[in-house]
Every structure is written in C-alpha cells, then in structure tokens.
Design a protein around this ligand. Structure first.
Ligand code: ADP
Ligand code: MG
Length: 357
C-alpha cells in the first residue's frame, strides 16, 4: 500500500454561518487505499469531500497532498483530484467525446485521445463500438461506467466519489460495487468514496470512517468497525445489533438487569465500578432450551420470523426489548411465534462498549 500520508487533513473545519458542518477533522489517507466515509444524511460527508476537491473552502485547518498544502488551491488547479458524479456527463455528446473531454482540455492530439478512450472502454468492460454511441442511448449502468472512464482519463492521483450508486437499482448497484473494487485493484489509484450504505462500504473498502454530525466517530478496517465499534452509534449504524446494559460492582462482579451471567464471569474491559453496553451481533445468539453452557443468557418469546434469502431473522421479545437473532436457512427453527426460548451467547462473541448505558 505504498507510502503513507498521500492526503493529510489537519484540524479541518467548515462552517456555514453559525452552523458547523465539519468539525475539526484529522485524517491521513494512504496512497492506493480504498477509503470510505459512511454516515447518515446530513452528517457532513459531501461538505468534506467538497473541501477536498476544492469546490468549497475550509473555514479552518489544512489539507496537504504529499508535501504540498492545497487547501487554498482552486479546484481547477488541483489536477490530482477529481469528483466522479453520475449526472455530470454531457448528454448530447457521444461516449467517446465524454471520455476524451479531459484529454481535449489538455490538448492531446486526436489519435492519442482515441487510443486512450479505447483503452478506458476496455478497462471499464464497455464494447469499443460504444465510442460513437450517444450518452442518451446508454443505460444507467453504462453511463456510470462512462463517467468512471472519463474520471480516469484525467489521470488523477485520487478519485473522489460522492454516492455514485445511490440512484441505481439493487442488482446494478451490487454489480458496480464489485466492479469498482476490481477497478481500484487494477488501477492502483487512491479512492475516496462516500456512501450512506453500510453494505457498500463493507464490500469495497480498505478502511471506513464513520461520520456523525461533522466528526469521525471511528476510523478502522471494515471488520473492526463491525465487530468492535467504539460507540452505540457506530454499532447501530453498522447493521443489526443487540446491546445490553451491564455494570460491574466494586468487586468486579458483573451485574445486569436483563442478562443471566455465568457465575465468576469477568470482562476485562469492564473495570470495577464502571458500566457500559455489551454488544452481540444477531448471528452469534443461539436459541436453546436452557441456559447451560452460555456465558450470557436471557429468556424470550418468538415474536416474528423474517426470511432474508439465505438467512432467517427472528425478532424475540425479552425484558431487554426486542433481540434480533439470525440463523442460516438450513438451521431454521421449527419453533416459531409465541414460543418461549432461551437466548444464549458467549463472551468471545461479544464486544464491550464502555459508555453510559
Ligand atoms: P451529507 O453529504 O452527509 O448528507 P452534507 O455535507 O451535504 O451532508 O451536509 C451537512 C450539513 O451541512 C447539512 O446540515 C446541510 O444542511 C449543511 N450544509 C451543506 N451545505 C451547506 C451550505 N452551502 N450552506 C448551508 N448549510 C449547508
Ligand atoms: Mg451528501
């Protein structure tokens, strides 16, 4: 993954009047990585990316590209940065003209432009015959590929993406997610990608930053964000999750209003006298007849069963509210609605979030 610190942000702030959209962000993006920023609508993702590409100016802080400070450099003089947006194609031009646009700006000769456009068509797996096709005759997925080809024609050091797939239907999105990941691998470019979709982020990214109210809550590899979130917000944002308030007495013994705890159980992160949330993902909760062999258990009544393709999800009513349990289809419960069961899980499959419950 090359040399570190291709793009560095230090104390970046963006205010609109009295409203602060981006709050004191420090970030190092590594050369060649696929870095994704995930967050709910309004969390400041687009604002941040606009600062990075120079479409907007920082209120405070510094942005560095390698050893050059670029936060005062206008967008058109940041040739290394480029935003890819699906709607930014020229609809009346051909696919070839669109892809060659950046090369034309650079006054490259026609034959070189065409050769590069054809290379990019190949790279994006579009037939070369598309060179003369009008954008208006292309499907949504094809337009997306053309836009990508054009972005690559700029030969930027970093490609920025602001929710490029959000308007597409599910199947096409899934296909393009994989293609983007593949394209990233084949080009070796640095990708900075924004989405509000956890799934999209998980499929493609090397690292993920979770953004909330203008700040990064957590930056980590996808697995870590999923299995070791730092806060309730991150845990809940990254898919279905069950959270149980826990505390430890002065003697270190775990106490919980909701869970039966195996006698003598200790959690290393739960220091005596402190409290927090015990997290367990739905796929780690077992359903059983009794609590034997589990570190943590509680009783529940099956409330609903939902088929999710290869998996089945159960909503189970407990004293801790609804608990979500997931099973593979082949392990589908014979028991269903209204039946009382024991839900059990083990400490090794949990994660402790040390914050006030
Ligand atoms: P996201 O892309 O995560 O959905 P945005 O970065 O677009 O969020 O917006 C973050 C916040 O900043 C929102 O509350 C939005 O209303 C506000 N905002 C964005 N651009 C402007 C602007 N030009 N003027 C005033 N407020 C803005
Ligand atoms: Mg946005």
């Amino acid at each position: 993954m090359g040399s570190p610190g291709l793009l560095r942000l230090r104390g970046v702030v963006k205010r609109f009047g009295s409203f602060t959209a981006v709050r004191d962000i420090d970030l190092d993006i590594v050369e060649g990585e696929f870095f994704t920023i995930v967050g709910p609508s309004g969390s400041g993702k687009s604002t941040l990316i606009r600062l990075l590409v120079g479409m907007d100016e920082v209120t405070e802080g510094e942005i560095w590209l390698r050893d050059k400070r670029i936060d005062k450099t206008p967008a058109n003089l940041r040739p290394t940065c480029m935003v890819f947006q699906s709607l930014a194609l020229f609809p009346h031009m051909t696919v070839g003209q669109n892809i060659e646009f950046p090369l034309k700006l650079r006054k490259e000769p026609q034959d070189k432009r065409r050769a590069r456009a054809e290379e990019l068509l190949d790279l994006l797996r579009l037939p070369r015959s598309y060179y003369d096709k009008r954008i208006s005759q292309c499907s949504g997925g094809e337009r997306q590929r053309v836009a990508l080809a054009r972005a690559l024609a700029f030969d930027p050091e970093i490609l920025f993406f602001d929710e490029p797939l959000s308007a597409l239907d599910y199947r096409l999105r899934k296909t393009l997610e994989k293609e983007l990941k593949d394209l990233h691998a084949r080009t070796g470019k640095t990708f900075v990608y924004i989405t509000h979709s956890l799934e999209e982020a998980m499929v493609m990214s090397d690292r993920i930053a979770i953004m909330k109210e203008g700040r990064f809550e957590q930056i980590a590899v996808a697995d870590e964000i999923y299995s070791a979130p730092v806060s309730r917000f991150v845990a809940e944002f990254m898919g279905e999750v069950n959270l149980f308030p826990l505390s430890a007495g002065a003697d270190g013994r775990i106490a919980s209003d909701a869970l039966s705890v195996r006698p003598g159980m200790r959690l290393s992160q739960l220091t005596p006298g402190s409290g927090g949330l015990l997290m367990v993902r739905p796929e780690y909760v077992r359903l059983a007849g009794d609590a034997d062999g589990f570190d943590f258990s509680l009783k529940g009544i099956v409330h609903g069963e939902y088929a999710l393709g290869s998996r089945i999800q159960y909503e189970i009513e407990t004293v801790n509210g609804m608990v979500t349990v997931e099973k593979l289809r082949e392990d589908r419960l014979t028991a269903t609605e209204g039946q009382t069961l024991v839900l059990g899980f083990n400490a090794e499959n949990t994660h402790f979030i040390g914050e006030a419950a």
